[in-house]
Write a protein that binds this ligand. Structure first.
Ligand code: NDP
Length: 237
């Protein structure tokens, strides 16, 4: 309990993995947490019941639905944009509609949600977007669309930090390396290859990412904005 007591927090994409760890962290700190889900209704309802938070279905690929969700949930003290996914495979073979959906979820939603949240955010508000170390380093073929989407968040945070800075609103990107979730299980077929790039030869835990998010959202990080915060066991080093 403590640092987030009384704060209103919206987590876009909170039903599973890193997002669920973030929901749990803010709820444990006494915040009023609202989170979105899309495909995982059962997991979302269970998490809401466990944490006393509110789950709402919103497709992050739907720009207008994202903007409406942010507006209806506000004014927000803290916005976390976590929803995101990767598409693997030969760039020459990939379905352009699927790639565009990835850009809507991974890039358009973070931008429009951040701008909409800032309209009514009190001075000193916090926006945190989950990027990826792949925004800095992409050592494998087949993931260019994902790398592009996570690099785009860097420019967004740099730019919007200038727009929102006069009101003391900060915006930062957290860039995880391999984290043990459904999207990237610690015992998955790629684990040895991924660990070969790293100084710490293990996947991170969603809770470790939530700790960094919590710090960025808290009072000790008031001078931190427009920057990238990598938590990757030195995957990108
Ligand atoms: P998971 O696949 O385990 O969970 C993804 C979460 O995002 C789910 O709660 C899912 O909700 C939600 N989500 C996905 N698409 C949508 C959508 N269209 N609308 C609403 N919610 C959506 O992923 P992770 O926890 O691993 O990843 C979370 C974030 O962290 C992503 O942005 C990812 O790129 C990033 N990341 C992850 C890394 C990893 O190794 N795990 C490494 C670096 C970055 P639902 O199931 O209800 O649709």
């Amino acid at each position: 309990m403590g640092i987030s007591k009384g704060k209103t927090v919206l987590v876009l994409g909170g039903s599973r993995g890193i997002g669920a760890a973030i929901v749990r962290r803010f709820a444990a700190q006494g915040a009023q947490v609202i989170f979105t889900y899309f495909g995982s209704q059962e997991a979302a309802e269970a998490l809401a019941a466990e944490t006393g938070s509110t789950a709402v279905k919103t497709d992050s690929a739907d720009r207008d639905a994202v903007i409406a969700r942010v507006r209806e949930s506000g004014p927000l003290d803290i916005l976390i944009v976590n929803s995101g996914f990767a598409i693997f495979g030969d760039a020459l073979e990939q379905d352009p509609d699927e790639i565009d959906r990835l850009f809507r979820v991974n890039v358009h939603a973070p931008y429009h949600a951040s701008v909409e949240a800032a309209r009514n955010m009190p001075d000193g508000g916090r926006i945190i977007v989950i990027g990826s170390v792949n925004g800095d380093r992409m050592p494998l073929p087949g993931m260019a669309s994902y790398a592009l989407s996570k690099s785009a968040l860097q420019g967004m945070a740099r730019g919007l930090s200038r727009d929102f800075g006069p009101r003391g609103i900060t915006i930062n990107v957290v860039q995880p390396g391999p984290i043990d979730t459904d999207a990237n299980p610690a015992d998955g077929p790629m684990k040895d290859l991924m660990h070969s790039f790293m100084a710490l030869k293990r996947h991170g835990r969603p809770e470790e990412v939530a700790s960094m998010v919590s710090w960025l959202a808290g009072p000790e990080a008031g001078f931190v904005t427009g920057s990238m915060h990598t938590i990757d066991g030195a995957f990108g080093a």
